[in-house]
Design a protein around this ligand. Structure first.
Ligand code: KG4
Length: 331
């Protein structure tokens, strides 16, 4: 089954064609990062206008790269939320219109759920049950994936998402947007044990990063005010170590408690080198298998949406054309 996926939830216009949920025939991404960089973050109005400009071209390119036409396609999947409503509407409307014109089944995909499926692309043999940590700019979710389409969210952030904390601290330190890759890069030159930052005790499998973010900002502010010399590399490395240790510890605990000895991570922060290496290390110690998508499938892309759409269509799930863009939804 060939599924066309469309993703426009934030600042990437993407279209992909995926065969049987696992094999990518094309995955075209037009990134707006260079445009939003000058503003220090995504400007929603600019993002949606750029999606309108690029969507037809990106979908055309996805067909060209796959050597296919719309007549070869069996279904269309598009992200309906969460995200920026003006951005979501572009891809969703495009997908619904194409599906209606070509009488193809249409399925709306939750962006957070889509991130999980990046793992099924990278590992064609991977199947549930699985513990999944989704960490992106807008979400931090700890999930038990019991089967395809069957999951239980056991933890989420009470305030900032992990990626949001990376972005805000990077912005404060003058490292630009997006902040995660910038912190990841300079942290390699820093001493991660130089500063001890507090870990919020929210209990269970929930997370909280807003106190940590404030602690880092206040600490740096104090250093600046007192004229004390310090290296931002050390701040970045110490902050990153704290975030990573919280994420890894809770995820491993859930795996041990449920005895589901397979952990997968997904979302933009899954590209973080410290998170990946720490998971590899701790999973090996506890005899847990660890899965992480290739870098290019960690951040927003339509291949993961097409993959998730395939598994829904396989189960007979189709969406109505009444399905609207929803900026705030959880899993
Ligand atoms: O999944 P994504 O592309 O978009 C959302 O759905 O949010 O994730 C973007 C987030 C941003 O917060 C970005 O700073 C973070 O992922 N990110 C990283 C890294 N690469 C991207 N965070 C930490 N380390 C990285 N290497």
């Amino acid at each position: 089954m060939l599924v066309l996926g469309i993703e426009t939830s934030c600042d990437e216009t993407s279209a992909a064609i995926v065969e049987d949920g696992r094999k990518i025939l094309s995955n075209v991404i037009y990134s707006q990062i260079d445009i939003h960089y000058q503003f220090g973050g995504v400007v929603p109005e600019i993002a949606s206008r750029k999606h309108v400009e690029k969507i037809s071209y990106v979908v055309d390119m996805a067909f060209k790269q796959a050597g296919l036409t719309i007549d070869d396609i069996d279904g269309i999947a598009a992200t309906y939320g969460p995200g920026l409503v003006g951005s979501l509407l572009v891809g969703l409307s495009f997908a619904k219109a194409l599906s209606y014109a070509k009488r193809l089944p249409f399925v709306a995909v939750n962006h957070i759920e889509g991130h999980i499926y990046a793992n099924f692309i990278t590992y064609p043999q991977l199947t549930p049950p699985l513990i999944v940590l989704v960490v992106s700019g807008g979400h931090t979710n700890l999930i038990i994936l019991k089967d395809f389409e069957e999951y239980e969210v056991v933890g989420k952030t009470r305030d900032d998402a992990a990626g949001e904390a990376f972005d805000k601290i990077a912005r404060y330190l003058g490292l630009g947007y997006p902040g995660g890759p910038a912190i990841d890069k300079i942290a390699k030159q820093g001493d991660e044990d130089k500063y001890k930052y507090p870990v919020a005790d929210v209990g269970g499998y929930n997370f909280s990063f807003s106190g940590l973010k404030s602690a880092v900002i206040n600490h740096v502010h104090g250093l600046w005010q007192r004229g004390e010399e310090f290296k931002i590399e050390d701040v970045a490395a110490s902050f990153q170590k704290t975030v990573v240790s919280i994420l890894v510890e809770k995820t491993i605990n859930l795996s041990l408690e449920t005895n589901i000895r397979k952990i997968a991570v997904a979302g933009g922060v899954a590209a973080n080198s410290k998170l990946r290496s720490e998971f590899y290390k701790k999973c090996a110690e506890h005899n847990i298998e660890f899965f992480v998508p290739e870098f290019k499938y960690c951040t927003d892309n339509a291949a993961m949406i097409a993959s998730c759409g395939y598994f829904k269509l396989q189960k007979g799930i189709v969406s109505s054309y009444r399905e609207n863009a929803v900026p705030y939804i959880n899993l």
